[in-house]
Write a protein that binds this ligand. Structure first.
Ligand code: DX5
Ligand code: ZN
Length: 218
């Protein structure tokens, strides 16, 4: 399977959000990645339901919603109603993770679990039969434009082996500091979905950058 590109809107122009979503619609990107931050789980606040709903109305790609919030169980159905197609919760924010991912699937969404840079991949092993995706955070969550953490390659390879050995139908997604210089190595290491925000929206030609990420051109 060719890798997918999920364009993070965190660094989009929020004064012209619809314009940026329409731009992404026309590109080779596969998904639109939305970062929901509550100012508690991460030291930043992003946006909530009205923005997700507005993006859903104009988006021509599935919405890949990444919750960086405490106690996400409270809002799973609200995010489904707002238009999330894939819903990812942080491992560190879930006390009853199996219950949470089961509820996401019951609501009809794909379920993802994100792990922070300090969280070992071994902790997700027993959850793999129940989910569609593991998101390996390759920066500390909270902000776009941070530097990729190099230890992430070891985590990706370890998770790749675990998924292949168990025969699980689970995608590996990476998020944070992804650009045209590391995309090829990430895919070689076993990544299926590249999230990219800053490298796309701070580039001179975002459409061309998405083409490069899709075709692994440096
Ligand atoms: C960070 C978010 C990321 C962020 C990635 O907490 O989860 O999705 O947008 O941004 P870049 O690609 O700028 O590192
Ligand atoms: Zn994210």
């Amino acid at each position: 399977m060719k890798h997918l590109i999920s364009t993070s809107l965190l660094n989009a122009d929020f004064g012209n959000l619809e314009r940026d979503v329409l731009m992404v619609n026309k590109t080779a990107a596969d998904w639109i990645h939305l970062d929901i931050m509550d100012g508690v789980f991460v030291p930043n606040i992003s946006f909530g339901f009205p923005i997700v709903e507005h993006i859903k109305k104009v988006a021509g790609k599935p919405l890949d919603v990444h919750l960086m919030i405490v106690d996400p169980d409270r809002y799973l159905s609200r995010f489904h109603e707002s238009g999330a197609d894939i819903l990812t919760v942080q491992y560190e924010a879930c006390i009853h993770l199996h219950r949470t991912v089961t509820e996401i699937k019951t609501l009809g969404m794909k379920a993802g679990v994100a792990i922070n840079p300090h969280t070992p991949v071994s902790l997700i092993k027993n959850t793999l039969p129940y989910i569609d995706m593991v998101l390996i955070m390759t920066v500390n969550p909270g902000f776009g434009g941070q530097t990729f953490i190099m230890e992430s390659y070891n985590k990706i390879q370890e998770l790749r082996k675990m998924i292949d050995k168990g025969g699980y139908n689970v995608l590996i997604q990476v998020d944070g500091g992804v650009d045209t210089t590391n995309a090829a190595r990430l895919v070689e290491s076993g990544v299926n979905v590249l999230v990219a925000g800053n490298s796309i929206f701070s580039s001179k030609d975002p459409v061309e950058t998405i083409v490069k990420l899709k075709n692994l051109i440096h």
